[in-house]
Design a protein around this ligand. Structure first.
Ligand code: HSE
Length: 304
């Protein structure tokens, strides 16, 4: 029986203005995914650790849905069993659904000896995201698979670019969202001025990363006219706390992926102070889970 154990990282998507386009991988936290081939011809899923009501039905699970697509495209008489060991909180904007989908596709390709390109694997894994947010966005799955900062260069056909970035210290206030997805409330009808600013900020993010200028990177991610106004309104004290986090010396602060976690990028000397500030301001929120101090990472999925 062929088997594989993978570690798949948390990712933070959007990174300010890059809604569904930008994401980056974090060193911690991560989930583990074990896959084994069998002869049943069926895909089965088991969830271990963290009682978070994650569906094990393959049609409702991001890893399951991605594997259905993989098996449809690359016919295989095999069955596969997937065991997801949860170490990350789901439903908090840490990219855990994408991490599972990417790892499932990567692991299955390895076991079945399929030589797919990264773009092909991401294109299949993103279809798994439909089980979570109803949309096949590729940002989280790309960053989980490749690590580093990923940007979608093109959706049709899907083409992803990975940029290696320095290890930037990060503080996360992990807060679960109050509903499964808030994507339905987001609008692209933001008007010409805001649209231009959004595109300008995306350009600034890429330029800052090419120049290794982390202060500029932080400044560029601070504005988002698409997701942040909708999701920020649902997080008590978000706007004023973001201002305090920036005053305390963070380079940048925004909402992580689909929320409601908040991510701040800062130098290592400010990390403890910003962590305390975030804890003080957000820990009364009943959906608050924890504060995580970590860094960005150029490492994507790894075979354990
Ligand atoms: N880009 C996605 C969103 C990431 O903002 O909804 C979360 O899945």
């Amino acid at each position: 029986m062929k088997q594989i154990l993978l570690r798949t990282p948390a990712t933070t998507a959007n990174v300010g203005p890059g809604y569904d386009i930008f994401a980056l991988a974090l060193k911690e936290p991560y989930d583990e995914i074990y896959l084994s081939l069998n002869t049943t011809g069926k895909i089965t899923i088991e969830i271990e650790g963290g009682h978070q009501n994650i569906p094990a039905d393959i049609q409702d699970n991001t890893a399951g849905l991605a594997l259905i697509e993989l098996f449809k495209r690359y016919k295989s008489g095999h069955g596969i069993h997937v065991r997801i060991t949860k170490r990350m909180i789901s439903g908090a904007g840490l990219g855990t659904t994408g991490a599972a989908a990417s790892a499932a596709v990567y692991g299955a390709c390895n076991l079945l000896e399929l030589t797919l390109s990264n773009n092909e694997m991401i294109d299949i894994a993103r279809l798994g995201e439909v089980a979570s947010g109803g949309s096949p966005h590729a940002d989280n799955v790309a960053a989980a698979l490749l690590g580093g900062f990923t940007l979608i260069k093109c959706y049709k056909p899907l083409e992803v670019l990975k940029l290696n970035i320095p290890e930037i210290p990060v503080v996360l206030a992990v807060i679960r969202k109050g509903q499964r997805t808030t994507r339905g409330f987001i609008t692209y009808e933001i008007g010409e001025e805001k649209l231009k600013e959004q595109i300008a900020r995306c350009s600034a993010v890429i330029h800052a990363l090419h120049c290794n200028d982390i202060a500029e990177f932080g400044k560029a991610i601070n504005v988002d006219h698409i997701a942040e106004p909708v999701r920020g309104a649902a997080i008590p004290k978000y706007k004023e706390t973001k201002a305090k986090i920036l005053e305390a010396g963070a380079w940048g602060c925004t909402i992580s992926g689909g929320g409601s976690s908040i991510i701040a990028f800062c130098d290592i000397n400010h990390q403890n102070q910003i962590a305390s500030l975030m804890e003080k301001e957000f820990s009364e929120n009943p959906l608050f889970d924890s504060i995580i101090k970590t860094t960005t990472s150029n490492q994507g999925i790894v075979i354990v």
